[in-house]
Design a protein around this ligand. Structure first.
Ligand SMILES: Cc1cc2nc3c(=O)[nH]c(=O)nc-3n(C[C@H](O)[C@H](O)[C@H](O)COP(=O)(O)O)c2cc1C
Length: 176
């Protein structure tokens, strides 16, 4: 079972959150931490499970490392990969494109055959006008906002990690 937390980050927030997440997921879930800049799109095929961390940048755009992967995903078969997502955004300044990158990347990974539907979260404690990160009324992963709701991050990670731990035996058995 090859499982990783793969993250991209421009100003460090997603990297910090990734470290918190890795600690909270232990000991049930042990993930290798991988900087997205060290990977190619094809490299994603090697993973049985990829927890993908992505901040939204440049008003509704993907973080640059992930953008590079995204641009090269056409024709890459991810049918052996299960994915879960977490996104970083700022609902105060970017309330019409809040967490867009998480949704854009998620949809692309699913188009490439990845298995998703894991760790969707409620929009309830977030205030925004529009988000491509919302699919069927829920965020398609864990939405975090270090700019305006950093006080909620630890609790959100704790709760979300518990739900991923519950789903984990199923993820492991489908990888075998
Ligand atoms: C120029 C700029 C554009 C941004 N655009 C968005 C956006 O469209 N939607 C959003 O939710 N957050 C947006 N953000 C907020 C970042 O996603 C947020 O600060 C995040 O924590 C950065 O993560 P990083 O430090 O890992 O790069 C933007 C931030 C900046 C500085």
């Amino acid at each position: 079972m090859k499982a990783a937390l793969i993250y991209g980050s421009c100003t460090g927030n997603t990297g910090c959150v990734a470290e918190m997440m890795i600690e909270r997921l232990k000991p049930e879930i042990e993930l290798e931490t991988v900087d997205v800049n060290t990977l190619s799109a094809e490299d994603l095929q090697e993973y049985d499970f990829a927890l993908c961390g992505i901040p939204t940048w440049d008003v509704g755009e993907l973080e640059y490392g992930w953008q590079e992967i995204y641009d090269n995903l056409d024709g890459v078969d991810l049918s052996n990969v299960t994915v879960a997502m977490f996104g970083l955004g700022d609902q105060g300044t970017y309330d019409e494109t809040y967490q867009d990158a998480m949704g854009i990347l998620y949809k692309k990974l699913i188009e490439c055959g990845a298995t998703g539907g894991i760790g969707f979260t409620s929009t309830e404690t977030h205030e925004f006008e529009g988000s491509l990160g919302v699919i069927d009324g829920m965020f398609c992963g864990l939405a975090l906002d270090e700019d305006t709701q950093s006080e909620l991050t630890e609790e959100r990670i704790l709760e979300w990690s518990a739900s991923l731990k519950e789903a984990w035996p199923g993820i492991v058995s489908s990888a075998q």
